[in-house]
Design a protein around this ligand. Structure first.
Ligand code: ADP
Length: 483
């Protein structure tokens, strides 16, 4: 393969900053082990990827310039799909497209939860804490059992995979001993060669709910309305709240919306929303249940909004098992969100700033307000989506879109990202994920007790990967310097 294909096509600045020196794609465990032996011998840093499509966070490019991309896409078997127990076991190269095709071929009794754009892998996305839109949308939370190759070539199975002849590896996450699955997500402690992932049985029915909330100052009330409904599982899948800037970008190029200096002014956004018949905040989510139970859920949602936000407009679509799938159900995979990348005209790129916030009106308003203000100060449109991941957290995705050829713009976005890291660290907020260029900045936000969290990470890294060959710098975890 051409090594240039491992550059980040959406790089925020110079692609060479994260250029790989080579790439190597083993087709099985024994080739992988041989590669690790050579890398240990010559101290060659490797950057493992599954499909290498980590869109907006670096794609396949390594954190450390000159590292060799360890491309696992040829290890691409769906090893098991268990319809009785609702899980699958996959290898790194199983893309969402392949996986969906496999589930469909088996009659679609099990549904997967895919991310917004679906060209990546089941493993890569779950390892990076990616999210989707079904009750199984916290993908890292659906991992049950991994097979991992450590830097020395040894192979371990986590959880019940440690029992010879197990039939329960994917059935239970907390057997005897420490639970290791989480340790191998967003880290550089090993190479995941197999993963168990829980899958949702096809529901009997679905309702697609869209809510439009008119006022720019309604955010706190909106969050307060959604939280109890999500916490008690009335809303039984992640919701997405989109702000005005995000809504007006749909189906438009930026130049059609605004041609003045700086970020698109809120007043202009308000005009465009009014023209489109939209309120300042849009909320969408899907409900999954039997049809009669969906009625009960919808009644509760309508009455909560009628009390707290009577100006909200609620639209509902329905689906029952046996009917054809519809686009709002998000069961068909898409690359749709990639379309917005060229918001500034091509060639575009984007990354996002992703704080995790308690879904409490005051807290979300505080964080959102700071972020919106900083974006506008830096002349960047505050394109924000917020994902209600369970009843206790909102993962905010504040996207920075840039024209990659515009050095002034990419520099401005970098400055903005770093200022936001500082602002958020000052109020005790941490991130959910970051682009490779900002991993040290995100790690620096973990400041409690003089950054104590970095200590065990570094010590564990030295123990399991003494030559520092696996993904140096990932998540801000660097190997110790060796002479
Ligand atoms: P996807 O193609 O699913 O979007 P990637 O393959 O780009 O995701 O993986 C995202 C990140 O997750 C990679 O940059 C790497 O740090 C980590 N990663 C992916 N696959 C593995 C794996 N099999 N073992 C260890 N880390 C991995």
């Amino acid at each position: 393969d051409d090594v240039a294909s491992y550059l980040d096509p959406f790089a925020i600045g110079d692609q060479d900053e994260h250029a790989a020196s080579a790439a190597i794609a083993p087709s099985d465990i024994s080739q992988l082990r041989a590669i690790l032996a050579i890398a240990n011998k010559y101290r060659v840093p490797l950057w493992p990827v599954s499909m290498g499509k980590n869109f907006a966070y670096g794609t396949a490019a390594p954190r450390l310039r000159g590292a060799v991309v360890l491309d696992l896409k040829r290890m691409n078997r769906v090893i098991e799909v268990n319809e009785k127990l609702g899980y699958a076991v996959v290898e790194p190269g199983v893309s969402f497209f392949d996986f969906k095709a496999e589930l469909d071929k088996r009659g679609g009794a099990l549904w997967m939860s895919g991310p917004a754009h679906s060209w990546g892998s089941v493993i890569g996305n779950a390892l990076e804490h990616g999210v989707g839109y079904t009750p199984y949308g916290r993908h890292a939370g659906m991992i049950c059992g991994m097979e991992v190759m450590l830097a020395d070539g040894s192979l371990v199975r986590t959880g019940l995979g440690s029992s010879e002849g197990t039939q329960e590896w994917q059935c239970y996450k907390w057997p005897f001993g420490p639970s290791w699955d989480g340790v191998f997500t967003q880290s550089n402690f090993g190479i995941v060669t197999k993963m168990g992932i829980w899958l949702m049985p096809q529901p009997a029915g679905m309702a697609g709910v869209s809510i439009s909330v008119p006022g720019r100052d309604d955010l706190a009330a909106l969050v307060e309305t959604l939280r109890p409904l999500r916490l008690d599982d009335t809303i039984n899948a992640p919701y997405t709240i989109a702000n005005g800037w995000r809504q007006i970008s749909s189906g438009r190029l930026r130049s059609d919306a605004y041609d003045g200096p700086g970020a698109i002014p809120a007043a202009r956004v308000g005009d465009l929303l009014a023209r489109d018949g939209d309120g300042w905040w849009s909320v969408i989510f899907n409900l999954f249940d039997r049809p009669a139970a969906l009625d009960i859920r919808l009644d509760a949602i309508r009455s909560a909004f009628a009390t707290s936000l009577p100006g909200a407009k609620i639209d509902v679509r329905r689906w029952a098992r046996g009917e054809p799938l519809q686009a709002w159900m998000r069961q068909d995979l898409s690359l749709g969100p990639l379309g917005t990348v060229n918001w500034h005209g091509g060639p575009g790129g984007h990354t996002d700033f992703g704080p995790i916030i308690a879904p409490v009106g005051e807290r979300v308003s505080q964080v959102y307000g700071l972020i919106e203000k900083r974006f506008i100060e830096h002349g960047v449109d505050p394109w924000v989506g917020m994902f209600g991941m369970g009843g206790r957290a909102i993962v905010m995705v504040a996207d920075l879109f840039y024209n990659r050829d515009d050095a002034e713009m990419t520099t401005r976005c970098r400055t903005l990202f770093r200022i936001l890291c500082k602002d958020m660290a000052d109020i005790g907020i941490g991130l959910y994920r970051s682009h490779i260029s900002f991993m040290d900045d995100a790690a620096a936000m973990q400041g409690w007790n003089d950054g104590a969290f970095g200590g065990p990470n570094r010590r564990f890294k030295a123990l399991v990967d003494p030559n520092g060959i696996i993904a140096p710098g990932k998540q801000g975890i660097w190997p110790e310097k060796k002479e």
